[in-house]
Design a protein around this ligand. Structure first.
Ligand code: ATP
Ligand code: MG
Length: 447
């Protein structure tokens, strides 16, 4: 009882203190009502506040609501420690070892709830030799929590009970003017975490916000620091970028800022070939459309598209050196994937699907005998067909091929039989068999 009372008093005093230091924007100014918040997030803030803590919706959700966008999820920030949050909600669990936060579960929804944190001061901070923060896990107060966030637009705290927004860094004004501005000294903030440079590109493309000049200025000088970021984290951020629904905009920005060099070496290669660039941009554009239509997309499909022209070039080289088509394609795939592995570490878990998509491509050329029927029953047929359409659209293969498959898929059995082309590969195969040459399945000779 006394603890609850103390917490209530502490909660109130914390609120008073912040009121003195930050702008509090009332509902009648910003217009975001608590109805805009998911019911699970409201249960978390209400529950924590009833237990005497302060609790706010924070970060991307507040920003998105102010921009009239649909938030992806609702994150909560509170002065309660993870153990205290855990005690308030029966269905919750503490996750993360280095940075502990609580997942509170309500039906289908999981609400990520984190305790206010502060940036560790430079003297005590654990950084690597380039100044990158290795630890930012100390609890703090709301003001400190705001200061350690990346952009002013991402540092707004919405209290669903009072419907007020707490703003320490003029994020509200920046959002109203469509400006994405880093908090604090940009050089220091990028050194602490170079991934913020990529976040700047992604968020400005996705939200249609303009990067404020001093936020953008140091990036070209500092981009090499991305080389010190662990590969897994970079890949994570690249995936967010490619799957943001604004990949085309992001890639154009990355390119304009010279940020793709060394970071996405595959784009260096591809963007220099006219056909390759067109193909990549079409792939990214179609991914953007799918995401905006809330359809599923597979990272493997996207990576397969990004690397396709690399594979094509190596494949051609091996064929010209006398290798048979299927064998040459296998060698090309391995070569390209190994090269990628060393540079950007696409996890091997995507390899199998990427290879499937690539290996199925030459099989679309074979439109005689049983082959088209066998291809139709392949588990990856649909994705491989979408891949083929991109190749047609980019001008790499004749668009007639795409049209043929478009019709064949949905045709009646009679029509399918009518559509078949003379089965020349079959004859060649039989001839070779007769002459004792062992053939591999899925031949690549063109009809
Ligand atoms: P999205 O809509 O893509 O989820 P987001 O801003 O919500 O965008 P998250 O990665 O979900 O991005 O991060 C949640 C919040 O955590 C951000 O709004 C920001 O306040 C803070 N944050 C995330 N990454 C960083 C970072 N690298 N440095 C500082 N603060 C960060
Ligand atoms: Mg988010």
């Amino acid at each position: 009882m006394i603890r609850k009372l103390l917490k209530r008093v502490f909660g109130k005093s914390a609120r008073k203190r912040t009121e003195g230091k930050c702008h509090i924007i009332p509902f009648k100014v910003h217009g975001i009502s608590r109805d805009g918040i998911s019911s699970a997030a409201l249960k978390v803030t209400d529950g924590l506040q009833a237990a005497g803590y302060s609790a706010f919706v924070v970060g991307g959700a507040v920003r998105d609501l102010l921009l009239h966008r649909h938030p992806k999820d609702f994150d909560i920030a509170t002065n309660a420690t993870p153990e205290e949050v855990r005690r308030v909600f029966r269905r919750s669990r503490i996750i993360g070892r280095r940075f502990r936060l609580v997942h509170v579960l309500y039906g289908e929804e999981t609400v990520e709830t984190s305790t206010f944190r502060r940036m560790t001061g430079s003297t005590e901070a654990e950084t690597d030799e380039h100044g990158r923060l290795l630890r930012d896990n100390e609890f703090g107060d709301q003001e400190q929590d705001a200061a350690r966030r990346d952009f002013t637009a991402n540092a707004l705290y919405y209290d669903p009970s009072s419907q007020e927004i707490y703003d320490y860094h003029n994020g509200y004004a920046d959002i109203c003017s469509g400006i994405l501005r880093i908090i604090g000294d940009p050089v220091v903030r990028y050194r602490e975490d170079p991934v913020r440079m990529l976040r700047a590109v992604r968020l400005s493309a996705k939200l249609g916000m303009k990067l404020e000049p001093s936020t953008v200025a140091p990036i070209s000088q500092m981009k090499d620091l991305l080389g010190n970021v662990p590969q897994a984290r970079l890949l994570d951020e690249m995936l967010k970028l490619l799957l943001s629904g604004h990949a085309v905009g992001c890639i154009k920005k990355l390119r304009a800022m010279d940020l793709h060099h060394g970071l996405l070496p595959m784009l260096d290669v591809i963007l220099e070939q006219p056909l390759g660039e067109k193909f990549v941009m079409l792939a990214l554009h179609s991914t953007d459309l799918r995401i905006r239509a809330e359809k599923s997309v597979s990272p493997a499909f996207l990576f397969a598209a990004l690397l396709w022209h690399d594979v094509l070039a190596v494949w051609k080289m091996h064929q010209e050196a006398g290798e048979r088509p299927v064998a040459a394609l296998h060698v090309a795939m391995e070569e390209v994937l190994n090269r990628q592995q060393a540079r950007m570490a696409i996890p091997r878990r995507y390899d199998a699907v990427m290879k499937e998509l690539w290996l199925l491509q030459p099989r679309f050329e074979q439109r005689g005998g049983q082959r088209p029927f066998r291809l139709l029953s392949q588990p990856y047929f649909r994705a491989a067909y979408d891949f083929l359409l991109l190749r047609c659209e980019s001008g790499e293969v004749d668009s007639q091929l795409g049209l043929w498959w478009d019709e064949f898929q949905d045709a009646t059995e009679e029509r399918r039989v009518e559509m078949l082309l003379p089965d020349e590969t079959g004859k060649k195969r039989r001839r070779r068999r007769k002459s004792g040459v062992k053939m591999q399945a899925g031949l690549l000779e063109k009809t």
